[in-house]
Design a protein around this ligand. Structure first.
Ligand code: AR6
Length: 190
């Protein structure tokens, strides 16, 4: 599915984010920034050791106590097709998302986009942050993710060419597609 938000293309696609050809991809990391499973594991294993080396440096200099949930940092993409990896940390869920968890998730998307603009990056791919190991409800998370991106693009027009959500399974894709349709219909009826 593809829509336009101002001059920016917003795409939903099924796939593996490590194969993404956008200039940057976002990692659903944890506060250690030292790697893990899921998207994080795939990015570090395909991207190679340079990504971890830069993460270690960031931990030593900027975030000695760990990357706080909702914040974002940037490293090289190493051997990936993407030139940059933006690492962010979503909320950990143990049930329905609380107001605070929703805010953290929104921050994770918007701080990643902010960092992309600071680096003059034109295209970015997101995974479905916090809906794997961090167990947040996909339907709720998808609405927050899409709204966060759409609001950001409306507030920062003509900066990014492409924002893609690269969703790992057809089921997750379908949830995001329905959410996007609902958000766009709600906007029309505003
Ligand atoms: N490409 C796109 N999406 C993927 C890929 C991939 N290669 N692999 C998994 N997904 P998760 P989280 C989907 O667990 O919930 C890590 O251990 C997956 O199906 O990667 O934010 C970190 O180190 C799900 O929909 O991230 C943290 O400790 C989504 O990506 C923790 O997991 C997110 O799943 C972060 O948990």
């Amino acid at each position: 599915m593809e829509v336009k938000i101002g001059s920016t293309k917003l795409i939903l696609t099924i796939g593996d984010i490590t194969e993404s050809e956008t200039e940057s991809i976002v990692n659903a990391a944890n506060s250690t920034c030292m790697g893990g499973a899921g998207v994080d594991g795939a990015i570090h294993s395909k991207g190679g050791p340079q990504i971890l080396q830069e993460c270690i440096k960031i931990r030593k200099t900027l975030y000695p106590d760990g990357l706080p949930p909702g914040e974002a940092v940037i490293t090289t993409g190493g051997n990936l097709k993407a030139k940059y990896v933006i690492h962010t940390v979503g909320p950990i869920c143990n049930g329905p998302l609380t107001k605070h968890q929703k805010q953290i998730l929104k921050n994770a998307y918007q701080n990643s986009l902010k960092l992309a603009l600071e680096k003059n990056i034109k295209s970015i791919s997101f995974p479905s942050i916090s809906t794997g190991a961090y167990r947040c409800d996909v339907k709720v998370a998808s609405k927050i993710a899409l709204k966060a991106v759409i609001d950001f693009l409306k507030q920062n027009p003509n900066k990014l060419d492409l924002v893609a959500f690269v969703l790992f399974t057809p089921e997750i894709y379908q949830v995001y597609k329905t959410s996007l349709e609902e958000i766009l219909n709600a906007n029309i009826n505003d």
